[in-house]
Design a protein around this ligand. Structure first.
Ligand code: BTN
Length: 330
């Protein structure tokens, strides 16, 4: 029998060669297993979608990694301090936020991430559904345990919004922007949504869950007909499929960096980064407060992230939740 971890170690060795061949003998020596055990592991990796070339006189070469969201691939040389140090990757679940709640209650470490290939009951904001077909997008929930009072929890929405917008821009080469409070847009259409939830007592946060849904390779036909805001995917905007694995790694690194910045320096630098990605700053918008519609000009954000809206009658409104849309200037 081969020791547990042999496959991960084999992958690590093949990756280290950076596209060069590694002989079966060298692998069997490094892994301290027989040549036939090496061969068996290579066969299993191929069954999981890895393309491993073999040339009798030279050995093995890792030519392609599958686009599957599995811990070993996501974590390989990830280099983050907190985010993703523990990963739970599921084939299908109702909602990654629901799984993260369970794990949070059971004492999971800060930085743990739950990822699902598919969600049967993905949760959106305000009780809506998040369409979550398999094999195409990213559905992730990040568990954080900041030692802060519960009133600070909404600030973390801005941390995740900037991280997602940066990751979408990096993978697509296109400018991604944010829409208050927690959407990310590409080409003016919604490409990602954030649903942050928390468990707390009066003075203390137990944990916060950053729920992140990013439409990566979803095709236009896969979107529901009754969308409240026009939606898109990265592949639709760029015309090419993107690697979910590469995107996930970029996103976890961005979250790690920005969460650390938030812990070190507070919300101010995060709000500055967010505002630089917010094209509606100063623009005319309508805000739907679940039934009541307000119209005015965006003055900016309050220190806690509330939207400051200058109404047409001159009053300044502080808005904590609602759906914002741009309105054509008269
Ligand atoms: C929105 O309404 O815009 C927020 C959508 C958030 C969806 C993500 S997908 C991963 C996580 N799990 C869920 O059930 N929802 C969030």
């Amino acid at each position: 029998m081969t020791a547990p971890g042999t496959r991960e170690e084999l992958l690590r060795l093949l990756r280290r060669e950076d596209g060069d061949y590694l002989s079966g003998e060298a692998l069997s020596r490094a892994l301290e297993v027989s040549r036939s055990a090496v061969w068996k592991q290579i066969r299993l990796l191929r069954e999981h979608g890895y393309v491993i070339e073999a040339i009798p006189s030279r050995g093995y070469r890792l030519a392609e990694t599958p686009d599957s969201l599995i811990p070993a691939e996501i974590q390989a040389d990830l280099g983050t301090h907190l985010i993703g140090r523990e990963l739970v990757c599921l084939q299908e679940t109702d909602s990654t936020n629901a799984r993260a709640h369970e794990l949070g209650e059971a004492g999971a470490v800060e930085g743990m991430v739950v990822i699902a290939d598919q969600q049967s009951a993905g949760k959106g904001r305000l009780g809506r559904r998040w369409t979550s077909p398999g094999g195409v997008n990213l559905y992730a929930s990040v568990l954080l345990r900041p030692q802060l009072p519960p009133r600070c929890a909404p600030q973390l929405t801005f941390v995740s919004a900037v991280a997602v917008a940066r990751a979408v821009a990096a993978i697509s080469g296109l400018p991604a922007v944010v829409k208050w409070p927690n959407d990310v847009l590409l080409g003016g259409r919604k490409v990602a949504g954030l649903l942050n939830e928390m468990s707390a007592e009066t003075e203390r946060i137990h944990y916060v869950i950053l729920g992140i849904g990013v439409n990566l390779n979803m095709s236009p036909e896969q979107f529901p007909d009754d969308l409240r805001y026009p939606a898109t995917s990265v592949a639709t905007e760029t015309g090419a499929a993107v690697s979910r694995l590469a995107f996930t790694r970029i996103l976890l690194r961005q979250l790690d960096e920005l969460y650390q910045l938030y812990l070190d320096q507070g919300i101010e630098p995060i709000l500055k980064l967010w505002q630089a990605l917010f094209p509606l700053q100063g623009g005319r918008v309508s805000v739907d407060l679940q039934g009541t519609l307000l119209c005015g000009r965006v003055e900016g954000l309050d220190g806690d992230g509330a939207l400051l809206l200058r109404l047409d009658d001159g009053r300044l409104e502080r808005i904590l939740a609602g759906d914002v849309r741009p309105v054509a200037e008269a």
